[in-house]
Every structure is written in C-alpha cells, then in structure tokens.
Design a protein around this ligand. Structure first.
Ligand SMILES: *Cc1c(COP(=O)(O)O)cnc(C)c1O
Length: 399
C-alpha cells in the first residue's frame, strides 16, 4: 500500500512557497480604507486599494447600509433563488441597469462568482471561448469549468484574435457559439482592451463579446459608467458587460448587464447565483446608494483623474518607467522581483503602502510596484509618496 499522510503536504507546500519567495504576507488594516490608514499599527498613505472613489466611507453609502440593516436584518436568510430575493436586491438590479443604460442587469454576490457562474453556462461542447492571455483568474476559472474549446490570444493583439477566429471558421462541425472574453482594464498594467476592434472582429464572425470591467467602473466613461460608455459602444457590439461593486463602488457584489434575455438566462443557469446565499440587504442598499452618489456627485470621478494625472506626471518627471497605463492603476516598473520588493520595503519605511507585484502574477522580468490612486488623495500626500519613490528609486538605481 502507498504510504499516505492526509495533511503533511499542506505544510510542505507552504514552506516551498516561503522558500521561493512566492507566499503572501498578509497585512492588517486597523482603520477604515481611507487615503491615510492604520496598517499593522503604522499610519500610511494607502496607494494600493481598489476604493477609487472613496465610496467605502461615503456617509450616504454607510448610512444606507445601516438603515437597510435595521429594516431587513443582517442577512437575507436564503439564496435569492429560494426565499432571499428581497425588494432591495431587485431594486439594485433595476438601478444598475438604468445606470448602465442597459435593458437589464443581474447582481451576484461577488464579481468572481458572476464570472465563475455565468461563463461556463455560455458555452459547452461544440462552442468556443476566445480569451485574452492576461484575463483575470475568475475568467480563466469560468472558462475551465466549461466543456467548450478554448483559444487564447496574445494580450490586446487584435491581429492574433482575428487569426484565431478565421481558423475557427474551418472547424468541422462549425462551432455553434463563440464568445470573446476580455478584461476591460487589465489590473496589472492599467491598460485598456481594444474593445471597438474586438467588437468589429466579433461581428464579422457572429461571436459574442463579454467584457469584465471590474477596474473600469466608476472610473471610465460618462460619469463612471465604464468601458462600454468610454468607447461609446452599443449593446449590439458588447453583449455582456460584467463588473463588481467591490472596487470603485466601495462595497461588494458582482453584476452583469445586457439584454433581458441575458438576465433571465443567467439567474436560471448560473450555479453561483442559484446555489449560494444572497448578499445581505444592507450591502444591496449600500450599492444602490453608491450608484446614487455616482449619478449626483460627479466630482469624485473628476478628482480621481486629476490625482491620477498629477501622480503620473510626477513619476514620469522623476524618470520612472510607468508601463502602458491608461487608468488610475499606475505600475512602477522595477524589472527583478527583488528590486520591486526592496522598493516596496523602502517606501513602507517612509509611510507609503503599495505592494510589489512579482512572478507568477507578472513575467519574471516585469516585477513592479502597482499604485492605485483615489479621489481623496491630497496633493500633499501624493508629494510625500513621490518623494519616497524618488529616494527609493535612486537608491536602487531605477532612476
Ligand atoms: C477584482 C476583479 C474581479 C473580482 O471581483 P470581486 O467582486 O472582487 O470578486 C473580477 N474580474 C476582474 C478583472 C477583477 O479585477
């Protein structure tokens, strides 16, 4: 008989990760997520949160969560598919559709669950997924859960995408359904998917377009409506717009927008929606309030972009390589993993919190520090961060 130990490998695998410098070291946030936070007992300027518009602490959003919790309780008591579909959930679906100017939306518990639940239902045997090589892990997992064929195109490379679709036309028997899936904003570089070109290629082949706009919502487009609005595309060109309430919206939750048929299909088929609890009513109410804030207080999106411009120019004036960013995600390219880790350690000593992003999240020679701006950073805070990057960058020979 083979000698087995039920759990020893767990510890061994963790030790391997530590040895190879691939383990996560968790930091603990001891305050609200604001431009200046208390992290591991230290006051730091937060430069790596997804809370782009500071809605996590917006009084209207917080108040809505408290009020709905008082009225409906802490939890919904069930899955939405059974008995937990409260009127606040339905109102959130409608409010989001209106904000997105889509016929219908459906909200999920998280963005990850939206991708993991819906994607495998879109294609099965005899169908094809075509996916950008740098797509988010929740898309990769969603595609893996399906029985469809899959093809990966080079990052943002529409020639490669067109070639794959030409090739797919030769498939015998012909594919029934083809979906092209892409992130809208790529989270490691802050660059945008070439969505108009993707939509054009898709149209030539009768393929669907699915965009995951997690980092684009509340950031891009008219009033933060996202990447579809940014490129002024129609619902005939982008068929599924997926997103999250956990980033610029400052709360938590996933969502999809598109036709009424999409909504009906999704809540009857996506297993993460059917078989998992509804988000607490307070969460749904807070998400509605966040949409309200986006619709009525345009200054937050404006301030975010103004901060982004200021910080990016500051970094570029110092001589840093900021990659291909087009959004408030700004990478500071460092090359080797060790350089990125050393720079992150140094800025931390200066009261700046931003994480190094290293292999395997990015290629071995593309390690970086990823910074993310928010609407409420003050110029003084950004100057302090620039000063820390300047000193650290000089010490490490980056500038
Ligand atoms: C963050 C993110 C998700 C997951 O969203 P959650 O709501 O946090 O689960 C999905 N896709 C992309 C591109 C993301 O950046």
């Amino acid at each position: 008989m083979v000698e087995r130990h039920p759990t020893r490998y767990l510890g061994e695998e963790y030790e391997r990760l530590v040895r190879e410098n691939l383990n996560w070291e968790l930091k603990v946030l001891e305050s609200a997520c604001e431009p200046v936070c208390l992290v591991d007992g230290k006051q730091v300027i937060m430069l790596c949160a997804n809370n782009y518009l500071n809605l996590a602490t917006h009084p209207k959003v917080v108040e809505a969560m408290i009020e709905a919790t008082k009225k409906y309780g802490a939890g919904a008591g069930s899955d939405r598919s059974i008995a937990g579909n409260m009127d606040v959930h339905e109102e959130l679906d409608r409010r989001l559709a209106k904000f997105k100017r889509a016929p219908a939306s459906l909200t999920f518990q998280t963005g990850f669950m939206a991708n993991q639940g819906l994607i495998p239902q879109l294609c099965g045997r005899g169908d094809l997924f075509v996916s950008d090589e740098l797509n988010h892990g929740s898309i990769i997992d969603g595609v893996r859960l399906s029985h469809a064929d899959r093809a990966i195109y080079k990052h943002k490379d529409t020639e490669d995408l067109a070639r794959i679709l030409e090739e797919a036309e030769k498939h015998d028997p012909p594919y029934n359904h083809i979906w092209i899936i892409t992130d809208g904003v790529f989270s490691m570089d802050g660059d945008l998917a070439p969505l108009p070109e993707i939509a054009k290629i898709a149209k030539e082949h009768g393929a669907g377009v699915y965009v995951d706009d997690a980092h684009g919502e509340g950031v891009l487009g008219e009033g933060g409506r996202g990447i579809v609005s940014h490129f002024k595309l129609s619902r005939d060109e982008v068929h599924i717009e997926m997103g999250t309430f956990s980033k610029a919206f400052g709360v938590i939750g996933g969502h999809i927008s598109g036709g009424e048929d999409l909504r009906n299909f999704a809540y009857n088929k996506a297993r993460t929606w059917l078989l998992s609890g509804a988000v607490p009513p307070g969460v749904a109410a807070a998400c509605i309030a966040a949409i309200d804030v986006l619709e009525t207080e345009p200054e937050h999106v404006r301030n975010l972009w103004e901060n982004r411009r200021y910080f990016l120019e500051g970094l570029q004036d110092l001589g840093f390589d900021t990659g291909n960013t087009e959004t408030p995600i700004i990478p500071i390219m460092c090359g080797k993993s060790k350089t990125a880790k050393d720079l992150a350690d140094y800025i931390w000593t200066q009261g700046i919190f931003a994480l190094p992003i290293v292999y395997p999240m990015v290629a071995r020679d593309k390690a970086r520090i990823r910074t993310q701006l928010c609407a409420k950073h003050t110029q003084e805070q950004l100057d302090k961060a620039l000063e820390a990057f300047k000193k650290g960058g000089k010490n490490l020979g980056l500038i």
